[in-house]
Design a protein around this ligand. Structure first.
Ligand code: FES
Ligand code: MG
Length: 581
């Protein structure tokens, strides 16, 4: 068999004339693959999160076909393989619970199989970090192809945004402003094409993160799922991944600390989801990059949010693409010296700045000028204090400015069920200045850290016209949600964090300017309260029921550590394992 310039990894399977080579090739040939396809062509894995239970990724077989055309055209051979698909909309208790499981699937599938490089087909929220995490632990040449957002939702003559409209309409039903019939009629209008949430929710945020990290071709984040240019991008990504094998352009050459700093700055500019704080930490951990909560303050704070998309602003992903997409945002940042590392390498072999310096911008309403931003300071607000020694986050662009410095009395819910049972009780002792506190919704407490942090307000306050209150929890929040919401409190209550000790009537101070989250209870009293019970008992009990839940609860790291499993942090490379026969 002809020698390649550099011996391909896949040649360890297909490149020998002995018994092993016979076996690896022979079984593959049952798919009708001719001999010449095994003569030293790069084998490109197409890691597919297609699933009809992940509706956001249900069109991925077609995207994979276009990637394959590109791979074949460039002289590679494509092999599509399925991995666990984390669908945000259906999976209970939350798709976050299985993000690490999916990442393990991805890592072992890549390492154990004959491939020289991999294309990651991602879309719905958790699929992007899960696949990047798994791929980072292997570190082959890797390129991300995103499925793209849905077309704008349409309802009663208005554009409506995925997720964001659900929070809004459900509050309007509770406040008696719209009928249940109108509420349900919006369902089909909201989701009327293939693709991911069309707001700047977590899926769109992570797509922008992947592009600003340099792991995808330019424009990957915003092209609508059903726009034919999405298929062209898939085809070109197929072309490019074959070249990346020749260039040995591994993921670790792209995913540098500089790349993460570019992504943090980008997150502020787009008004991105708080979930990105957790996912970027987890991805960085897999590739060996040190990334801390303080990097979000250091790099992100002071960056204006210029993308006027829901939930922070007005428009949706369709308009974002037509306005110039992420390249236009990066160009605008770069021209103002707000792109920290213009020379960061991207998967097409060019620097981030080379990719975007000539990008056109067509609409200043959607991608606003830096001197007329949606928010002056869009960077993630990282909070610390005796209530969150490991940190907590708040998304300024989704918050009410007047509430970002607030002192109020705690109204405490022990867990999500307690919250649901009592929030609409007319006797609940709560007013607009109160701070809603919810415990036991973190990684261990909920197992999975559900997106319940943007607790709906008490009906009696909604009826009075109150639209926002300070809320604090160890939960996450959907990227499509909004409000003055403190999230990811670490350590969580179920890990014995101080959140477990908060009681009704305690005064809490939130100050987003100084990054302070303070419970006005002295240290001795706090310690005494925590010593009274064992806040970790419930999660330990759940762990005893076995299965994946046990693995999860026993090994999941806290939010400030990215919620990865302790034993998965780090890159283990893609050395070829020993033969199976
Ligand atoms: Fe899949 Fe929003 S539910 S992207
Ligand atoms: Mg989401």
């Amino acid at each position: 068999m002809p020698d390649n310039k550099r011996r391909l990894r896949s040649a360890e399977w297909f490149g020998t004339a002995d018994k092993n080579g016979f076996m690896y090739r022979s079984w593959m040939k049952n798919q009708g693959i001719p001999d010449h396809e095994f003569q030293g062509k790069p084998i490109i894995g197409i890691c597919n999160t297609w699933s009809e239970l992940t509706p956001c990724n249900a069109h991925f077989r077609k995207i994979a076909e276009h990637v394959k055309k590109g791979v074949l055209e460039a002289g590679g051979y494509p092999v599509e393989f399925p991995v666990f698909s984390n669908g945000e909309s259906n999976l209970r208790p939350t798709a976050m619970f299985t993000r690490n499981l999916a990442s393990m699937d991805v890592e072992e599938a890549i390492r154990g199989n004959p491939m020289d490089a991999v294309v990651l087909l991602v879309g719905c929220d958790k699929t992007t970090p899960a696949l990047l995490m798994g791929a980072a632990s292997c570190d082959l040449p890797t390129i991300v192809v995103t499925g793209g957002p849905m077309l704008n939702g349409k309802h009663e003559g208005q554009d409506i945004g995925s997720g964001t409209v659900v929070w809004k309409l459900s509050e309007e039903v509770k406040a008696g402003k719209i009928s249940i019939h109108d509420f349900m009629a919006a369902e089909a209008g909201m989701s009327r094409s293939a693709g991911t949430c069309n707001t700047m929710g977590t899926a769109s945020t992570m797509a922008c993160m992947a592009e600003s990290l340099g792991t995808s071709l330019p424009h990957n984040a915003a092209i609508p799922a059903v726009d034919s240019r999405r298929y062209v991008l898939a085809h070109l990504s197929g072309n490019r991944i074959v070249e990346m094998v020749d260039e040995d352009l591994k993921l670790s050459k792209v995913l540098t600390k500089d790349a993460f700093e570019n992504a943090i700055r980008t997150n502020a500019a787009i008004g991105g989801s708080t979930n990105a704080v957790i996912h970027l930490k987890a991805i960085a951990g897999r590739i060996g990059v040190e990334l801390g909560m303080d990097d979000w303050s250091r790099v992100g704070r002071g960056t204006p949010t210029i993308v006027d998309l829901q939930p922070s602003g007005r428009y949706l992903m369709e308009e974002f693409y037509y306005a110039g997409g992420l390249p236009a945002v990066l160009k605008r940042l770069g021209e103002a010296d707000l792109l920290p590392h213009k020379d960061a390498l991207t998967v097409n072999g060019k620097t981030l700045w080379e990719n975007v310096c000539d990008a056109p911008l067509y609409n200043d309403e959607v991608i606003r000028p830096l001197d007329n931003p949606l928010r002056e300071d869009g960077g993630m607000c990282v909070l610390r204090g005796n209530l969150a020694p490991g940190g907590a986050v708040l998304k300024p662009s989704a918050a009410t400015p007047e509430l970002m410095q607030h002192r109020g009395r705690a109204v405490v819910f022990e867990n999500f069920d307690d919250y649901k049972a009592r929030i609409n009780d007319t006797d609940l002792d709560v007013d607009a200045d109160s701070i809603l506190v919810m415990k036991n919704c973190g990684p261990r407490g909920y197992h999975g850290m559900a997106e319940v942090g943007n607790m709906g307000l008490p009906s009696k306050l909604l009826e009075q016209g109150i639209t926002d209150m300070v809320r604090i929890s160890d939960a996450r929040m959907s990227g499509t949600a909004y409000g003055t919401v403190v999230l990811h409190v670490a350590p969580e209550a179920a890990a014995g964090g101080p959140l477990a000790a908060v009681r009704n009537g305690d005064w809490i101070e939130l100050d987003c300017n100084s990054g302070r989250l303070h419970l006005e209870v002295d240290a001795l009293e706090l310690e005494a309260r925590l010593a009274e019970g064992d806040p970790t008992a419930v999660s330990k009990e759940i762990a005893r029921s076995g299965g994946y839940r046990q693995l999860y609860i026993e090994h999941v790291l806290q939010a400030d550590e990215g919620c990865d499993f302790d034993f998965l942090v780090g890159s283990r490379g893609a050395d070829v394992p020993r033969h199976s026969h």
